[in-house]
Design a protein around this ligand. Structure first.
Ligand code: C2E
Ligand code: CA
Ligand code: CA
Length: 482
């Protein structure tokens, strides 16, 4: 921006590769809005389409890698957008993470869909920066004007509403503004208000899903999963409220609320198995990791609420979190380690992990994503190969692994034969509220294995630095999880 805008003749057609494509090739925001206002006002020209495109990783990249990396991301987004839109279109930057384009005279939905889909396909190819491959997810809100918009604000607000609904999905999406989208947006605003209130009132609850030993099916710990109780006695699952939490940057607050309650509740579980070593595994969002205040509060919580004897805290981070190369992030992980908290990579295999980072950071465990397990029963073998590769990688790095989403006996058998030891899935138990998790644990009637006591003794011995703390943590975790 800041340079004279290019003439339309300089702009590429959809099929032409655009070499220069970058932020500098966009119109200034004021020039763009002026052009759009003219289109709205012009009787004959009131037919056009507007696409508002949010590059969803912008904020996270900005918070973790800094403004320069975030600008490189939006620059890449601009390049791909310019490679997608027809020559007649104009584009500009609307906000830090949002680009906008207007395509005159285009009102046929299928043609607009194919342009939006083409942008999504282009964005599906990760881009390279600092030797790393990064995702580029885009949420696109589309408005078609057939001369039915009286002012610019109404168009921008509709485009933003459609984009908001498109943003709700993890993957890139486009949405047209229509009655259904408007209704969804209205419900989504209501849900957001309810969510904020519930969070403020501390209504969210931890549910506990067993992490089980594959061979015996016995629980070796629990993952803590957030649930939102509703007045009718039902529980809302995270797929409905996490998008709102992310959009409002409140996932970190939610994490802390859930972790605090889980740390208080774990005593009830521990009473059922006073002799066992057990894992309590909690989810930590990118939002928490990026915020120094929230990170501090988590560390304080852990210090203030020690786990019962034999219990062990693990935090689960998604692979993308490792892209944060700031020293603050590394220090945070080191402080967790000092507090004897182990670190697991969640949904392993679905994101982008750098092997170097996996090696250099104090990572203890992988949680291998359910999507691989789903395909174990397929005749096509690539998922099995990937599972074996991830298992071997964990073993080479001396990490433990837990396979998620095991639902069938056939999956369990294959995993056992392939050397996996621990898993989590409906086959072993669904996420349960505390009282039911206690009953479930009691039902297993667990007895103390002799080796547990020995390992416990060793892990508790701080005055025997025969093994470093990290090694002792890992040894204990490997004993628990395999
Ligand atoms: P996740 O961390 O990968 O958690 C596992 C999810 O898979 C849970 O869904 C669990 O109920 C589900 N699951 C486990 N076994 C099976 C199975 O055999 N089959 C099927 N179909 N599903 C299974 P849930 O509880 O709906 O949570 C979804 C996601 O929401 C979690 O995925 C996690 O990423 C996020 N989440 C949940 N609670 C929290 C939280 O307190 N903080 C944060 N930051 N994220 C959370
Ligand atoms: Ca998890
Ligand atoms: Ca997972």
């Amino acid at each position: 921006m800041g340079q004279p805008p290019p003439s339309r003749a300089d702009r590429p057609g959809p099929a032409e590769p655009h070499q220069r494509g970058s932020l500098d090739s966009l119109l200034s925001r004021s020039r763009f809005t002026q052009q759009l206002a003219e289109l709205v006002g012009a009787e004959a020209e009131g037919h056009f389409a507007v696409m508002r495109c949010r590059f969803k990783e912008y904020e996270r990249v900005s918070a973790t890698l800094g403004g320069k990396a975030a600008e490189a991301l939006i620059d890449e987004g601009a390049r791909r957008l310019l490679n997608t839109i027809p020559r007649s279109a104009s584009a500009a930057r609307l906000s830090d993470s949002d680009l906008i384009t207007v395509i005159p005279e285009l009102i046929e939905a299928p043609r607009i869909s194919s342009i939006a889909q083409r942008l999504i396909d282009l964005c599906a190819v990760p881009y390279r920066i600092d030797d790393q491959r990064r995702p580029l997810n885009v949420a696109i809100g589309i408005v078609i004007s057939r001369g039915n918009y009286a002012d610019l604000e109404a168009i921008l607000s509709d485009a933003s509403m459609a984009q908001r609904i498109a943003s709700r999905h993890n993957q890139s999406q486009y949405r047209f503004i229509d009655l259904e989208t408007r209704n969804q947006a209205r419900r989504s605003y209501e849900l957001e208000a309810d969510f904020r209130e519930a969070l403020q009132q501390g209504l969210f609850l931890p549910f506990f899903q067993p992490i089980a030993e594959l061979r015996s099916g016995e629980p070796v710990g629990f993952e803590v999963l957030a649930r939102w109780p509703r007045p009718d006695g039902s529980f809302v699952t995270p797929d409905r409220f996490l998008p709102i939490a992310r959009e409002t940057a409140l996932t970190g607050e939610l994490d802390l609320q859930i972790i605090e309650k889980a740390l208080l509740a774990v005593g009830d579980l521990a009473r059922e198995v006073p002799w066992r070593s057990m894992l309590l595994s909690v989810n930590v969002s990118a939002n928490l990791l990026e915020d120094s205040g929230l990170r501090e509060r988590l560390l304080e919580l852990i210090v203030e609420s020690p786990l019962p004897p034999g219990w062990w805290l693990q935090v689960e981070l998604i692979e993308e979190a490792l892209q944060d190369t700031s020293s603050a992030f590394d220090t945070f992980l080191a402080r967790l380690s000092e507090l004897k908290v182990t670190i697991a990579i969640d949904d392993f295999g679905t994101g982008y992990s750098s092997l170097a980072r996996l090696h250099s950071l104090p990572i203890d465990s992988f949680k291998i994503d359910k999507s691989f397990v789903d395909k174990i029963d397929d005749t096509e073998a690539s998922s099995k190969k990937l599972l074996l590769t991830m298992g071997a990688l964990a073993s080479d790095l001396s990490l433990s692994s837990t396979v998620e989403g095991v639902e069938t006996e056939a999956q369990r058998q294959w995993l056992l034969q392939s050397g996996f030891r621990t898993s989590q899935g409906y086959l072993f138990g669904r996420p349960l509220p505390l009282d039911e998790a206690v009953v479930e644990l009691r039902r297993h009637n667990l007895r103390p294995p002799a080796i547990a006591a020995e390992l416990d003794d060793e892990a508790q011995k701080d005055d025997a630095p025969r093994l470093g703390l990290r090694q002792r943590l890992r040894r204990r975790l490997r004993w628990l999880l395999g």
